[in-house]
Design a protein around this ligand. Structure first.
Ligand SMILES: [Fe+2]
Length: 269
């Protein structure tokens, strides 16, 4: 059965003394396109993941298939836009209330600015304002020159799941240096819930509580170990930090990325 969607962004209903809120989350990082990367292998698998996103109260998702790195020779912007269009048609014909926008989870590469100008890789929601960058998992690279170059083009960088990188977890001063160049940090819901181990969990909470990270996304790939869990993460952040911070990192800022508006800090929330 397809879940219904509340039309109020912060709609709520009272049941006895409890208040239950239904949100409309935007997920800015998700591998939901079929047969393009390590996300769903088939269209039915992709639709099943999209239903799980709807169940997680996500109404708009930016599809961010891997670009560059081991997907260097495939997943060009034109192919991703077409795959998003096909998935949106399938969602519509199956009555699944989810909108998919094009984007990419782009592996750090010295050609990035050139490839953006050649329309080979994508900014988030194809909006030209934010790019989602994935660092190499095994090696450390100081990407400050790339961040400066992107910033000079008017593009702001969002670094995906820095909490999973050993060097950054141990030396957040590197991140503080990067953040001076129109750069933002996105932590992953599963990291907050401990599914990537204790180092990623503790680092993700530290980044959020210190105001270093201002965005949360699912980075979901499937219905197993990497399923969407935005609702649970929102509730945990509300309890451990505050509901106001949960709203900024899970709702307000992702929505701003979608619309190409400036992200807001959490320090004064
Ligand atoms: Fe990803």
């Amino acid at each position: 059965m397809i879940p219904s969607v509340n039309n109020n962004a912060e709609g709520s209903k009272k049941n006895g003394s409890e208040t239950f809120s239904k949100h409309q989350y935007v997920d800015i990082h998700c591998h939901c396109l079929p047969a393009v990367d390590d996300g769903p292998a088939t269209m039915p698998d992709a639709l099943a993941l999209c239903l799980a996103l709807v169940d997680d109260e996500i109404t708009t998702v930016i599809a961010t298939p891997h670009q560059l790195g081991r997907f260097n020779s495939c997943n060009e912007a034109v192919q991703i836009r077409e795959a998003v269009s096909v998935l949106n048609e399938e969602l519509k014909s199956n009555g699944i209330p989810l909108t998919v926008m094009p984007g990419g989870d782009i592996r750090v590469d010295e050609r990035i600015c050139q490839l953006l100008e050649a329309d080979k890789i994508l900014t988030l929601a194809d909006g030209g304002k934010y790019i989602l960058l994935e660092l190499p998992h095994q090696n450390f690279i100081d990407i400050e020159p790339l961040l400066i170059e992107l910033s000079s083009l008017g593009i702001q960088t969002i670094i995906s799941h820095p909490e999973r990188h050993y060097i950054l977890a141990k030396q957040p001063k590197i991140l503080r240096k990067w953040l001076k160049h129109s750069t933002h940090l996105q932590v992953t819901t599963s990291s907050l819930l401990g599914e990537f181990g204790s180092m990623a969990r503790e680092t993700a909470w530290h980044f959020l509580s210190s105001g270093l990270a201002v965005l949360v996304a699912t980075d979901s790939h499937d219905l197993n170990s990497r399923r969407p869990c935005m609702k649970t993460a929102f509730e945990r952040i509300s309890i451990k930090l505050s509901r106001a911070i949960a709203r900024v990192v899970c709702i307000e800022n992702p929505s701003r990325v979608l619309k190409g508006r400036d992200i807001i800090p959490t320090n004064n929330v």
